[in-house]
Design a protein around this ligand. Structure first.
Ligand code: DX5
Ligand code: ZN
Length: 219
């Protein structure tokens, strides 16, 4: 099965989100990634549930909402109601992760947890049967356009090994610094979803970019 590419709107021109969505749809990318930042969990601010709702009204593609916010349990319902398909929160940002996963699952959405580079995969071992998505950050979250931290690729291998051992079904997503040069290594490590911000939006040929990340074309 080919990798899912999820372009991140963080790298789009925020005054032209409709055009960015058209670019995503015509490129053949499968998901739309939305980075919610609160200026507290990460040192940057982006947008909230209204953006998710407005994007929902414009596209049928699955919306992959990445909450880089403190206390996500306080606002998760707003993202569910806004029309997200996957809601991913950071395990570092919550005490009762299991409860929050239950809440997201009860609403019928895909349940995701994310790990910053300094958090080991073992931190979510007890949650792996309750998840659809494990998002492994390959940069320190907060900004697009950073370089992938090579040590994080090992965490993808570890998550893939745990998935095999437990016969679990979650997808493994990587986010940060993903590009044509490192895509093959990531696919080999066991990645199912590639978030692509700057590499997608800077590309003069987005469809080519998507196919290269998917592994359908050689970089
Ligand atoms: C970073 C965000 C990413 C970001 C990736 O904190 O979570 O989704 O948009 O951007 P690139 O692909 O440019 O690293
Ligand atoms: Zn993200």
């Amino acid at each position: 099965m080919s990798v899912i590419v999820a372009p991140s709107l963080l790298s789009a021109d925020f005054t032209a989100v409709g055009e960015a969505l058209q670019r995503i749809e015509s490129s053949g990318a499968e998901w739309v990634h939305l980075d919610v930042m609160d200026g507290h969990f990460v040192p940057n601010l982006t947008f909230g549930p209204k953006m998710v709702a407005d994007v929902r009204a414009r596209t049928k593609l699955p919306l992959d909402v990445h909450l880089m916010i403190s206390e996500p349990e306080r606002s998760v319902m707003q993202y569910i109601e806004a029309g997200a398909d996957y809601v991913t929160f950071h395990v570092e940002a919550v005490v009762h992760a299991h409860r929050l996963l239950q809440q997201i699952g009860a609403a019928g959405l895909g349940r995701g947890v994310a790990l910053v580079p300094s958090t080991p995969v073992s931190a979510i071992e007890h949650l792996l049967d309750e998840l659809e998505l494990v998002l492994i950050m390959t940069v320190n979250p907060g900004f697009g356009g950073q370089s992938l931290i090579p040590q994080c690729v090992e965490k993808v291998r570890q998550a893939a090994a745990m998935r095999r051992q437990r016969n679990a079904r979650f997808r493994i997503s990587v986010d940060g610094g993903v590009n044509r040069e490192n895509a093959e290594q990531l696919r080999t490590a066991g990645v199912d979803v590639m978030v692509s911000g700057s590499s997608f939006f800077k590309s003069s040929e987005p469809a080519f970019e998507v196919q290269t990340l998917q592994g359908q074309l050689i970089a």
